[in-house]
Each structure stands twice: as C-alpha cells, then as structure tokens.
Write a protein that binds this ligand. Structure first.
Ligand code: ATP
Length: 371
C-alpha cells in the first residue's frame, strides 16, 4: 500500500505538437480507489503508463510511497497492472499463470504456493487452479488476470479498462467484485474507464479528463451535485444533463417556450449577467399532474421510452430537445404538447462565456411537491 503523488505531471510524445497530458495533480490516500474517466484520447492510458513507468513523464514528478520514481524501471516500482486483454498463457494452468511472475522473480516454492492459493481463495477460483484458460469463461479469465496481479502483493494496482471485453451483465458483476476485492486488500488502485457509470460506482474519487487536462477530481456525489463546468456536468449522469441558454430578467431565466423563476441563491449567482446556461438533469424534470406551474418548459413530445420503473421522454422546447424522466403511470404520446417543470433548487447554472459552474445543487432534501 502506498500514497501516489502526481505533481504537475505532463507528457509530450516525440514529434507531437500538443501535450497528451498536462499538469496532472493528485495525491491519493493510502489505499484509495481512484478512477480516471473521460472520452477516447483524453489521456487516461498515458497517465497510467506514466505511473507504471512504461512511458516517461516529460513534465512534473511522480512519487510512489514517498519515492520519486523518475527513471525507475516498471518492474522496480512495486506495481501490478491489469489490462483489457488479459493475455493468459494458453498452455499453462491457471495455477502456473498466476505463479509465473513470482517464479521469474525467484520466489521460494512454498511462498509461491501460498500466494497463489490465497489469491485464488479471495477470487473464488480455487476449484479452477488446474484448468487451462480455454476451459474458462470470460469472467473467470478476468479473475485469473486479477489473480496474477494480486499474488505480487504490490503497493499499487493499475487497471486499464479491465472489464471491456466482458458482456454487459458480467461487467456489472465484476465491477462489484473488484470493489469488494479492493475493500479486502486495501491496495491503492488506479482504474481507467471511459464509462461514467463504472466510474461513479467504483471510484472513491474520480478524475474527469478532457483533452489531456483534468477537469475535476472529486467524489461521485460532488461530481454529480457540484460539477465544475458543463463538460463534467454533461459527462457525469445518465441520461446526460439537459442544457438551455436563457436570458435573465427580473429574477427569471427565459427563452423560446420556457420561463423559470430563480430562487435567491441563483439570483445572487447571476447578479449582473444578461444570459446564463441552465442545466437540468432528466430526473429533475417533472410533468406536473394538475396545476400549470410558474416555471415551465413547454414543447412537443418527440420520443416516448417506457422502461417499467420510469418512462423517458424527449420534448422539443424551442430549439432544444430535453430528456425528462417521468412516472410510468403518466401517459403521454408522441406529438402531445406538454409543460415540464423543475424545482428551483435543482437548477444548475453555468457561465455562457466560460462554461464554468455558477451554482450546483445541494445535498439537502428538496420539496418535490414544490416543483
Ligand atoms: P482511449 O480511451 O481511446 O484509450 P485515452 O484517454 O487512454 O484514450 P491516450 O491513449 O492516453 O488516451 O492518448 C492521449 C493522446 O495521446 C491522444 O491524442 C493520442 O493520440 C496520443 N498518443 C497516445 N499514445 C501515443 C504515442 N505513443 N505517440 C504519440 N501520441 C500518442
């Protein structure tokens, strides 16, 4: 176990004009589970490879367990990696696959046996130890790949999209297993994914990256409630947040076919501004049953998706298409005109020029009926 420190870490690949990663700053807790998330090409893998020592960082400093690892070879960094392709040796048994790196490092036979059997027990694969990889399911193979990393008892685990070869159901099962495993072993872990749901459900903290730059590092709840800008707000949460640009006047934010009354907090936050970018999550847009609300967004229903526990609808309001999550008993049809509403304290506001957040939402309870 170890604290990992990244100080102004950056990477410029030879011949590249731009930095692949820029000014990455993070100090982990000892034993923390940190997820790096972001769209393709944002620099997640480059960051992992720099921590692993597979790529040299061209700026800043990386410390593992207090030791500056600049120039230290990957094998001497006391880390273990798990990748998307688990590349087990097909001719070796599970036991031999797991023991392989320990044999290379000349560990004693009894020590290897104990480490392999302990790891197999933790992973629930003791009964598979004498099988060959071809006789395993995808999920079992992934467990063996994890086992190979665990037997090394490293200070840090680096996992780069380890579940992307698995089908959707198995991914959900395995991500819960990895979280349990982390809790059991308590090893500092970096985990790369482009899937925000995976990031939110697994990370104690999540670094959201875009174009090589960290946009925000925070807990899942804080990312959801207090995103630092429209990119984080739109990336975290599913379905994605709706955005609308509005004119401000007399405490109201309005535009074509919508008008919303701002609460005191939000009035203060937009004081002096003429325009604002509004963010509303689909789960905070409601279809009021009786009265027509003061704050309303009126438009035509374009898509209706009944999902059992709730129904997703898409409504064209002015030039924007908004996604709203409504109750399953609320029957609407394509082509209907509806008025959606949102509680005043569930509105996110952003600066139209910079895309930076002006106001997020609080942890506190809010009054659904007031919507
Ligand atoms: P993905 O989710 O697609 O794996 P990523 O977020 O892991 O993407 P990286 O693989 O770290 O992104 O790539 C970051 C940037 O660096 C990209 O613009 C990529 O083209 C560039 N890059 C990656 N590897 C190299 C390399 N060996 N040489 C030059 N440029 C590279």
């Amino acid at each position: 176990m170890a604290v990992v420190e990244l100080k102004n870490v950056g990477k410029q690949y030879p011949g590249a004009d731009e930095l692949a990663v820029e000014d990455f700053n993070l100090v982990t807790e000892d034993g923390e589970f940190v997820v790096l998330v972001g769209p393709s090409g944002c620099g997640k893998t480059t960051t992992m490879r720099m921590i692993a020592g597979l790529e040299e960082h061209t700026q800043g400093a990386i410390k593992i367990g207090g030791r500056d690892v600049t120039g230290v070879a990957p094998k001497d960094r006391d880390i273990a990696m798990v990748f998307q392709s688990y590349a087990l040796y097909p001719h070796m048994s599970v036991r031999d696959n797991m023991a392989f790196s320990l044999k290379l490092k000349k560990y004693g036979k009894a020590d290897i046996k104990k480490r392999v059997e302990d790891a197999a027990e933790v992973l629930g694969i003791t009964n598979l130890l004498d099988r060959k990889p071809r006789a395993l399911s995808g999920g079992q193979r992934q467990r063996v790949a994890l086992g190979r990393a665990i037997v090394r008892q490293p200070q840090v685990f680096l996992m780069d999209e380890p579940l992307s070869n698995l089908d959707a159901k198995l991914r959900v099962d395995m991500r819960a297993e990895i979280v349990k495993l982390h809790r059991k072993l308590g090893v500092t872990t970096f985990y790369v994914t482009h899937d925000q749901t995976e990031a939110m459900t697994m990370g104690q903290r999540i670094a959201v990256m875009k174009d090589g730059i960290v946009q925000q590092i925070d807990t899942p709840n804080n990312l959801y409630q207090q995103p630092s800008n429209t990119f984080v707000a739109g990336f975290i949460g599913t379905p994605a947040m709706n955005f609308l640009d509005a004119n401000l006047s007399d405490g109201r934010a309005s535009g074509q076919d919508f008008g919303i009354t701002l609460d005191e907090t939000r009035r203060q936050a937009v004081d002096g501004l003429g325009r604002v970018r509004i963010g509303i999550r689909p789960e905070h847009l409601h279809l009021p049953e009786a009265k027509t609300p003061e704050s309303r967004l009126t438009g035509t229903v374009e898509v209706v998706e009944p999902l059992g526990s709730h129904t997703m609808i898409q409504v064209k309001v002015g030039e924007s298409t908004l996604t709203a999550q409504i109750e399953p008993h609320q029957r609407v049809a394509m082509g209907d005109t509806v008025s959606l509403t949102c509680a005043a304290d569930r509105l996110y506001l952003f600066d139209v020029e910079t895309d930076n957040a002006l106001v997020g939402i609080d942890n506190g309870q809010y009054d659904e009926q007031a919507a």
